[in-house]
Design a protein around this ligand. Structure first.
Ligand SMILES: [Zn+2]
Length: 142
């Protein structure tokens, strides 16, 4: 007797057992499908978390380069000292954006954040820069 013939005979001889095996097989396929879907969701979650870790690492590295003084951020230069233009602290703290404070064409005494419109007086900026430079020199000396 062929394998198929033998199988058919067993099914006919044992209909109850066959029905149980069939139900188990169907349940197994359903569970398998559910596991595959769960795996897909977990993979998406993992990818999102890896992306988040990368973002946080980038932010941490930037945070190490930034020095705050009087609500103004200065960024260290790799070779020492600080960059010429300051950055907006509220934009960094609240929105994770590193926005340079610029001098608008119409103004000469104010540095402005184009994003949140925070304004810093030129003299306050000068004082803050001096304070940061002092802090850096003290840190270098110790
Ligand atoms: Zn801003």
């Amino acid at each position: 007797m062929s394998v198929l013939g033998e199988l058919l005979r067993k099914i006919v001889d044992h209909p109850k057992e066959y029905a149980e095996v069939y139900q188990l097989a169907v349940r197994g396929m359903v569970e398998n499908q559910e596991l595959l879907e769960k795996m897909g969701r977990l993979r998406d979650e993992r990818d999102a978390l890896q992306e988040k870790v990368k973002e946080l690492e980038k932010r941490r590295q930037l945070d190490e380069q930034l020095i705050e003084e009087e609500g103004i951020l200065f960024r260290r230069k790799p070779g020492g000292g600080i960059e010429e233009f300051p950055y907006c602290q509220p934009c960094w703290v609240n929105d994770n954006r590193l926005e340079q404070l610029m001098v608008p064409r119409s103004e000469t005494s104010v540095y402005l954040c184009r994003q949140c419109k925070k304004a810093v007086d030129r003299h306050d900026l000068h004082d803050a820069r001096e304070a940061v430079m002092e802090r850096l020199q003290e840190a270098d000396a110790s």
